[in-house]
Write a protein that binds this ligand. Structure first.
Ligand code: BTX
Length: 325
């Protein structure tokens, strides 16, 4: 808001000195109560503010944003992330990506936000995307492929995410088919792939990546507190979101080029090397029922193969996977 901008400008000019509530109220032309309320809002948005009686307020730390400049500076890709659409807060980056893709946005365009108020997962589920603490990002690709190949791109993205996390933090995540990235059984990243396609050709594929980066345990809502984790929780320190995005885009571009050049086989090998479920007993919950058995691997098309206890083979195209051992 206008008032908020005036307050931030005042702090910029003060060069790190304290400003009293009275002084701020005069500068902004509002009441001291309004100043206090805005300072609380800033705090909620990630500003670290020191308040000292009789001295007033000063800003100790500004939240790290991931707007275009932070991502572009040092980005090593050819085309991925060369067009950046940044917003501080959106309902869902997927929604914006769909609109931009339909309007002809070039391949490699990314949409990134510091907060999502209606982040979405698969099957209409919600994705918790609080302000400044995670990566909420959608990538537009335009591969010249038939629609049934689309699930392969989810698997490519999963490998890119794992490699980026390894590069930046040294942590070693694992992939749970098809789209969960886990650290020690807890979900750190989810991937949602959506299509704009005609009957025989993909127009655009929109890969949504949601990564928990700097949340603390208490930041997760009740429903996922047992099942979710963040990189900061696992690494024991905050991690730069911009560095992660840069590494993810670099890895994804490399893998995508390999895929267009050499096909899915090299990606399949990499994917399987990171997969948690291969060789394990699992249950796949699908829309047409539950199947239990041993996960054998994925096919050339990225379809999960399960061997049931009677020896029959099942191909699973879409499911939630539970590890049974
Ligand atoms: P999914 O359907 O596999 O997982 C959704 C489930 O994960 C939820 O029902 C909930 O149990 C759990 N969950 C929700 N939020 C979190 C979280 N922050 N961390 C861990 N677990 C959580 C996964 O769907 C795909 C998510 C993609 C999100 C990205 S963000 C950028 C893009 N925009 C958008 O709206 N979605 C994608």
């Amino acid at each position: 808001s206008d008032l908020r901008k005036k307050l931030i400008d005042a702090f910029t000019l003060s060069g790190g000195d304290f400003l009293s509530g009275q002084r701020l109220a005069e500068i902004a032309g509002c009441s001291r109560t309004a100043v206090w309320k805005h300072m609380e809002d800033l705090r909620k948005d990630g500003f670290i503010i020191e308040a000292v009686r009789k001295k007033g307020y000063r800003i100790l730390e500004v939240p790290e944003k991931v707007s275009g400049d932070e991502i572009s500076l040092g980005l090593k890709t050819d085309f991925l992330g060369r067009q950046i659409h940044y917003e501080e807060s959106v309902e869902s980056t997927q929604k914006i990506a769909h609109r931009l893709a339909a309007d002809g946005a070039p391949e490699g365009t990314i949409i990134v936000a510091d907060e999502q108020t209606m982040g979405r997962g698969r099957l209409g589920r919600r994705w918790h995307s609080p302000k400044f603490s995670g990566i909420w990002l959608s990538v537009i690709l335009r591969p010249d492929l038939p629609p049934p190949k689309a699930p392969q791109l989810t698997l490519i993205a999963a490998v890119a995410v794992v490699q980026a996390i390894e590069d930046v933090t040294g942590l070693v995540p694992q992939i749970k088919w098809p789209n969960d990235i886990l650290i020690g059984q807890k979900k750190v990243t989810g991937i949602l792939t959506e299509l704009q396609a005609e009957s025989d050709r993909i127009n655009a594929i929109i890969i949504g990546i949601g990564m928990n980066v700097n949340q603390k345990a208490a930041d997760f809502p009740e429903e996922i507190i047992e099942t979710a984790t963040s990189l900061a929780i696992e690494a024991g320190h905050d991690v730069s979101r911009a560095a992660l995005i840069q590494s993810m885009l670099y890895r994804l571009e490399k893998l995508y080029k390999t895929y267009l050049d050499k096909g899915f086989y090299p990606i399949k090998l990499l994917w399987e090397s990171y997969a948690i479920s291969i060789g394990k007993k699992i249950t796949a919950r699908t829309l047409s029922g539950d199947f239990s058995g041993t996960a054998l691997g994925i096919t050339e098309d990225g379809v999960l193969m399960i061997e049931e206890s009677d020896g029959s083979l099942r191909y699973v195209y879409s499911a939630d996977i539970q590890l049974d051992e």
